[in-house]
Design a protein around this ligand. Structure first.
Ligand code: HEC
Length: 151
């Protein structure tokens, strides 16, 4: 195993990739990946709001998967904002890393709101759904207000 670890830097040198450049490339890729995840979050949230507001009963069975996707995304938030991804094409504020506990707390807030939506979607008692979208929307706003730069 030791042999393999020593082999990696040798390979990087061989292909002319320096370690810091490799790290920055990786940060850019993570930023791009997380923006796509956040766009998907926006898509699932918008889908739920349009089903509810438009009274689209034909699509009520889809609500569960949108809620589940939001729950999984919320749980992945800490991992997609690792240290070292605060510069470049990103609106992430430095506070994400200096006030890590507060950041994780709002991600948890979103996860709890999504969990509640899953529970309602599974129960089929969709009258509660509209009300239950509020805490979800609030979690987006709470985090963006504190941790996302304005344009
Ligand atoms: C725990 C914090 C947090 C929560 C919760 C959160 N967001 Fe975000 N969101 C961010 C940050 C930070 C960015 C900026 C990411 C970047 O530019 O690297 C962002 C970016 C976005 C973007 C823009 C993505 C792009 O293309 O650049 C959308 C859309 C979005 N969020 C939607 C939502 C919605 C909808 C919710 C709630 C269901 C939500 N977010 C919840 C922190 C959060």
């Amino acid at each position: 195993m030791k042999f393999k670890f020593r082999f990696i830097p040798a390979l990087l040198v061989l292909f002319g990739i320096s370690l810091p450049a490799f790290a920055q490339g990786n940060a850019d890729a993570i930023i791009s990946y997380r923006k796509n995840v956040m766009k998907a979050v926006g898509g699932h949230t918008g889908a739920l709001f349009t089903i509810v507001k438009g009274g689209l009963g034909d699509y009520k069975d889809q609500m569960l998967y949108h809620a589940k996707a939001l729950h999984e995304s919320a749980k992945s938030i800490p991992a997609i904002y690792p240290e070292g991804t605060g510069t470049g094409k990103t609106r992430a504020k430095a506070e994400i890393w200096t006030e890590r506990e507060a950041f994780i707390a709002v991600a948890d807030e979103m996860a709890k709101a999504a969990e509640n939506l899953i529970r309602i979607a599974e129960s089929g008692e969709l009258r509660e759904f509209s009300q239950a979208l509020r805490p979800l929307g609030k979690s987006c706003k709470d985090c963006h207000d504190q941790f996302r730069k304005r344009r």
